[in-house]
Design a protein around this ligand. Structure first.
Ligand SMILES: Nc1nc2c(ncn2[C@@H]2O[C@H](COP(=O)(O)OP(=O)(O)OP(=O)(O)O)[C@@H](O)[C@H]2O)c(=O)[nH]1
Ligand SMILES: [Mg+2]
Length: 458
C-alpha cells in the first residue's frame, strides 16, 4: 500500500456519460501503467504532461474492464500539485467501481473526503479560503452563491485579507521597533500613520462583516415557514411557488400534517420553503403533533409567510398566530383573492402593520409580487453583480469578527497614549485571526474539519 498516492471516483456514483477515476501522488503514472494499455501500445511511463491517450483499462489477468481516456498532469501543474492521472471511462457504476478496484489493487490508497483539495492546499496551490470555495461551488444553490464562491476561488477574499494583514504587519514592525529601539525611528511609521493603518483595517473588516448577513442568506437560503389556519391555501401557495404539485391540496381542513420542505430559486435568492400543518386547536393527536411542529418551525424560520383567507373574516386563531410571529420578519399573504369578501382585506390589514400581498394560489395570481416583497424585505435586490466580495462562510465570519475586536482594542490603546508594546498582543491576535481565514495560522484540526465537509473524489 502506498499512502502517498491516492485514488477515488471523482464523478457522481450513478449512470452517466463518463465516470472519472482520479489518481494523485508520486506513483500515479506508475500505477496507471499497470492498469492501462494504450491502443498504440505506447509506454505509459513515457507520457508527457498534459497529454491524452486512448486505450483499455485491464485487470490483473489482462482482461479489459473498459475502454478509457487517460489524461496525465505532471506535478506541480495539476489540481493537487502532485502527479495526477485521470481515467475517463464509461459512466456506469459497475465499470467505474471495477476500474477503481484495479487502481487500488495496484498500490493506490482510497482517498478520504476532500483529500485531493486538501493536498492542493498543503502543496500551496490554493489557500484555505480558496479550498473552501471549491466545496461552495459544488454545493451552490443559486447563481449568486455560485458567483460569490467562484470569486472566492479566484482569490478575491484572500487578496483582501492579505492586504489588511500587510497593514497590520507594518504596525507590528512599528511596535517591535518602538519596544527594542525606543530612541530611534527605524520602523518608518509615525504614531499617526499607525492609527491611520489601524483605522483602515478596522473599516475594511467592518465592510467585510457587513456583507456576512446577506452572504449567509445567499449561501444557505432563507428558511421560510408557511403558516396559517387550516384550509387557507398554504400547500396551494407552496405548489404555486414551486410551479409543481408537491403538497397535497384538498378542501378538508387539516390536510397537511407533516412538514414539507423544498428549495426554491428566485433569481439571486434561494428559499427553503416549509409547508406546515394548519394551526388550530384540535383533539386529533396526529394533527396536534403537526400543529406543534408548525409552531416550532415558524419560531426557527428566518421568514414567515402568514397565509390568510380573503373569502373569510379573520378569526381569533389568525390573531393568535400573528401574535406568535410578530417579532419575526413576516409577510401577510392573503389568498383566495378570486373569492374576496367585501372588507376582508381591511380586516386582515388591521391585524398587523406588516407587508401584505393579495394572491390567488389556485389561479397563480400575485406570486410574482410576493417574490418581489421577499427580495425587498431582505434587501437582496441591492446585491449587485459586481459585489464580488461577500462573506458566506461561518468560519471566516468568526475569525474576522475576532480580528476586528483585537484591532478595535489596539486602536483604543494607542489613542489613549499607551506605550507601543501594550499593543503587541492585540496586533498579534488580529494577525493570527486573519491568518486563519486563508489557512496561514490554522491548526491541523481546523484543516481536517474543513475537508470533512467535502465529498470523496474532490
Ligand atoms: N378559490 C380559491 N381556492 C383556493 C385558492 N387556493 C387554495 N384554494 C383551495 O383551498 C382549499 C385548501 O387548500 P390547501 O392548499 O390544501 O390549504 P392548506 O392551508 O394547506 O390546508 P391544511 O393543510 O389543511 O392546513 C383547497 O380546496 C384549495 O383548492 C385560491 O386561490 N382560490
Ligand atoms: Mg396544507
Amino acid at each position: 500500500m502506498d499512502n502517498n498516492t491516492i485514488a477515488a471516483i471523482a464523478t457522481p456514483i450513478g449512470t452517466g456519460g463518463i465516470g472519472i477515476i482520479r489518481i494523485s501522488g508520486e506513483n500515479a503514472l506508475k500505477i496507471a501503467s499497470r492498469v492501462f494499455i494504450s491502443k498504440n501500445k505506447s509506454d505509459v511511463l513515457s507520457y508527457k504532461t498534459h497529454t491524452l491517450h486512448f486505450g483499455a483499462v485491464v485487470n490483473s489477468q489482462g482482461k479489459t474492464i473498459d475502454q478509457a481516456l487517460l489524461s496525465y498532469m505532471k506535478a506541480p501543474h495539476s489540481y493537487t500539485g502532485e502527479d495526477v492521472v485521470e481515467l475517463s471511462c464509461h459512466g456506469g457504476i459497475t465499470c467505474v467501481k471495477q476500474v477503481l478496484e484495479q487502481v487500488l489493487a495496484q498500490g493506490a490508497s482510497l482517498a478520504g473526503r476532500g483529500e485531493f483539495t486538501k493536498r492542493a492546499f498543503l502543496n500551496g496551490k490554493m489557500d484555505l479560503s480558496q479550498a473552501e470555495a471549491v466545496i461552495d461551488i459544488i454545493n451552490s444553490k443559486n447563481e449568486k452563491a455560485l458567483s460569490s464562491a467562484v470569486n472566492q476561488l479566484e482569490g478575491t477574499l484572500s487578496h483582501k485579507i492579505n492586504s489588511l494583514r500587510d497593514k497590520l504587519v507594518m504596525v507590528m514592525a512599528y511596535i517591535e521597533a518602538e519596544t527594542d529601539f525606543p530612541e530611534d525611528d527605524i520602523s518608518g511609521l509615525s504614531e499617526d500613520q499607525v492609527i491611520k493603518n489601524l483605522e483602515e483595517v478596522l473599516e475594511g473588516l467592518s465592510n467585510l462583516l457587513h456583507t456576512a448577513h446577506k452572504g449567509r442568506l445567499i449561501r444557505e437560503g432563507i428558511s421560510t415557514a408557511i403558516v396559517g389556519r387550516p384550509n387557507v391555501g398554504k400547500s396551494s401557495l407552496l405548489n404555486a411557488l414551486l410551479g409543481e404539485t408537491r403538497a397535497i391540496v384538498t378542501d378538508i381542513p387539516g390536510t397537511t400534517r407533516d412538514i414539507i420542505e423544498e428549495y426554491l430559486n428566485l433569481g439571486n435568492i434561494t428559499l427553503r420553503l416549509i409547508d406546515t400543518a394548519g394551526i388550530r386547536n384540535t383533539e386529533d393527536t396526529v394533527e396536534q403533533i403537526g400543529v406543534n411542529l408548525a409552531l416550532s418551525r415558524a419560531e426557527a424560520a428566518q421568514l414567515v409567510l402568514f397565509v390568510g383567507d380573503l373569502s373569510l373574516i379573520p378569526s381569533s386563531e389568525d390573531k393568535e398566530i400573528l401574535e406568535k410571529i410578530k417579532d419575526k420578519p413576516h409577510i401577510m399573504v392573503l389568498n383566495k383573492s378570486d373569492k374576496e369578501l367585501g372588507d376582508a382585506f381591511e380586516n386582515y390589514s388591521a391585524l398587523s402593520p406588516c407587508k401584505k400581498v393579495k394572491i390567488s394560489a389556485k389561479n397563480l395570481l400575485g406570486v410574482e409580487e410576493l417574490t418581489k416583497e421577499i427580495e425587498e424585505l431582505f434587501h437582496l435586490g441591492e446585491i449587485q453583480e459586481d459585489d464580488s466580495l461577500i462573506l458566506t462562510n461561518l468560519r471566516h465570519i468568526e475569525s474576522i469578527t475576532s480580528a476586528k475586536a483585537s484591532v478595535s482594542r489596539a486602536l483604543e490603546e494607542i489613542k489613549a497614549g499607551m506605550p507601543a508594546d501594550m499593543l503587541y498582543i492585540d496586533i498579534f491576535d488580529a494577525l493570527s485571526s486573519l491568518g486563519e481565514v486563508v489557512g496561514m495560522t490554522v491548526s491541523e484540526e481546523v484543516v481536517d474539519k474543513v475537508f470533512e465537509k467535502f465529498c470523496v473524489g474532490k
